[in-house]
Design a protein around this ligand. Structure first.
Ligand code: R7I
Ligand code: MG
Ligand code: MG
Length: 315
């Protein structure tokens, strides 16, 4: 696919990474809450409470840093970035915690993630929640995108459902960069092979058509910590909305894994609408210390710069 010169790629890259961090930080204080409890915290105001991001963003930063430094995918380096950035206080899932410990202690990359959950690997959403930079960097090449989404997921999530969920989320981000919202579902269906996701995408379409209640969305798609619940729900949140704020607010209002569904909806919406669509008040409250808001913005710019140079054949 050639690059459409009308697309402001930098605004979209910044939108995706900042949008993801904002969704994470907004969802974090209510992670694990049900719909009513979320409403009692946020009311109708939806003001950013702490602005502190969680593991979702910390790992996204690692993915971006590694893609930038290597001008593409390097699994050993990406794992190293995860380990270097790791801060237990950011609230990692138990599986990811264990894999990172195993790698840190010298276990081979190829083996570490496969040992989880009785040797089947994790299908948690931890690979999907961090995949936005892959969706951005490979936005113009679906085959590469799919391959790298799988490889980067495999570092911590070796279960097919964990990897396919991440690839689906990456492709949603890529299609959003390309401005393909109308035919997003169609395009996703074309590449998805796993029955679980084919079935979820079918339900997603039916729910959009009927203008479903939140209760139905939760019971049909799910809002839990496993990839096959939260990824379809994040995509649904984007598709049912016509602006960044509504999409992220809706994603979090469902309760459940709110930081992660918020982050994934924020990544897709940010990639589609661009940085300017993110409410300023949310952005201003997003933490800005070491590897905070300014750093994330710079990562998005660097990732974009390298992508543009690659497209122009400069490397
Ligand atoms: O996927 P992961 O990194 O967790 C990410 C979540 C996000 O919500 C973050 O915001 C953070 O809070 O954590 O961590 P994993 O432990 O690999 O997967 C998450 C959960 O999914 C696990 O703790 C299990 O409950 C479930 N799960 C599985 N359950 C049974 N069998 C994942 N894989 C399996 C499985 O194979
Ligand atoms: Mg989190
Ligand atoms: Mg979460």
């Amino acid at each position: 696919m050639g690059l459409d010169s009308k697309i402001d790629l930098k605004a979209k890259f910044r939108g995706a990474l900042l949008g993801s961090a904002v969704g994470d930080a907004l969802g974090a204080p209510v992670e694990g809450y049900d719909m009513e409890m979320v409403r009692s915290v946020y009311g109708g105001e939806w003001e950013m409470i702490y602005g502190r991001y969680t593991d979702d963003t910390e790992m996204t930063i690692g993915v971006a840093e590694s893609l930038i430094e290597n001008k593409g995918f390097n699994g050993a380096d990406m794992a190293l970035k995860f380990i270097q950035n790791y801060n237990v206080k950011r609230g990692y899932g138990p599986g990811s915690k264990e894999v990172l410990r195993r790698i840190r202690e010298g276990e081979s990359l190829a083996d570490a993630s496969g040992k989880l959950f009785g040797g089947r690997g994790s299908y948690g959403n931890g690979a999907a929640m961090r995949i936005a930079p892959v969706g951005l960097f490979y936005f113009d090449t679906s085959d590469m995108l799919w391959e790298i989404a799988y490889k980067s997921s495999n570092i911590t999530h070796s279960h097919e459902l964990g990897k396919a969920g991440a690839a689906l989320q990456a492709l949603a981000v890529a299609l959003a960069v390309r401005g393909q919202k109308e035919d997003m579902l169609l395009k996703l269906k074309e590449v998805v092979k796993t029955v679980m996701y084919t079935s979820k995408l079918g339900k997603l379409k039916a729910l959009l058509d009927e203008g479903a209640t939140k209760k139905r969305v939760i019971s049909e798609l799910g809002n839990g910590v496993v990839a096959f619940e939260s990824v379809p729900t994040a995509i649904y949140s984007f598709l049912r909305s016509d602006n960044f704020k509504d999409s992220v607010v809706y994603a979090i209002s469902l309760g459940g894994d709110t930081d992660t569904i918020g982050a994934m909806a924020g990544a897709i919406s940010g990639a589609y609408y661009g940085e300017a669509a993110i409410p300023k008040a949310w952005l201003e409250r997003l933490e800005d210390g070491e590897k905070g808001r300014s750093y994330i913005k710079k990562l998005a710019e660097d990732l974009c710069q390298i992508k543009l140079q690659l497209l122009q054949g400069r490397y």
